[in-house]
Design a protein around this ligand. Sequence first.
Ligand SMILES: Cc1cc2nc3c(=O)[nH]c(=O)nc-3n(C[C@H](O)[C@H](O)[C@H](O)COP(=O)(O)O)c2cc1C
Length: 217
Amino acid sequence: MDRARIVAVFGSPRRRGNTATLLDAAVAGASEAGARVDRIVLRDLKIAPCLEIYGCRIDGECRIRDDFQDVRARMLEAGGIMLASPIFYYAVSAQVKTLMDRFHSLWVKRHWVEQAAAGPRPRRRGLFIAAGATRGPRLFEGALLSVRCFFDTLDCDLWKSLLHRGLEHEAEARGRPELLAEARLAGAELARLLREGDGAGADGDRRTGETDDEPSL
Ligand SMILES: Cc1cc2nc3c(=O)[nH]c(=O)nc-3n(C[C@H](O)[C@H](O)[C@H](O)COP(=O)(O)O)c2cc1C
């Protein structure tokens, strides 16, 4: 795992939509702060849904051969993970959910193949960016539960969430400089924290937005 490397996962079907715009700002901030950022645009990749055949029980490797293997290697190489998704029906996008489900092969590897034998692993630090059109108080609950669980599979602490209501049309985030500045700052801060190597999530600096009062999973 390379702590100077951050992977940025673009999870929207819209290339230049709200979450892509915000993630671009976070990537710019991280790059300016010295991180090497690897962009993964899920809508351009062929990643099939999990078939639940559990071929991964053998060695933790998914038996469906497609772009997932490359994405998995790149995500596991990184010390920081930025994930952006629109809210679709109170959940993450299908592109993001498909990726999450395919990473169940890693969960199987950790819990069923290796069990406790592998010992403790270094933690990653994660930033989650989401946008939804409406303004309900529970808008991000479903996505946050999924992301926490997914990040946990990746040995990644959800360090910060940037959750934005009231963003609907494609260019709306571009007209909100305060949101872009916040995302840029978050990217820079993530790069700095990774560089300083203070142990992701272990320093009492876990700011997870709206889920702070929720019980841990
Ligand atoms: C299939 C679909 C489902 C959606 N579901 C919701 C929803 O449940 N709640 C909501 O507030 N907005 C919903 N939206 C609106 C998007 O979350 C919103 O437009 C968002 O800004 C899109 O982000 P993007 O530009 O990064 O794709 C939905 C949009 C689509 C296309």
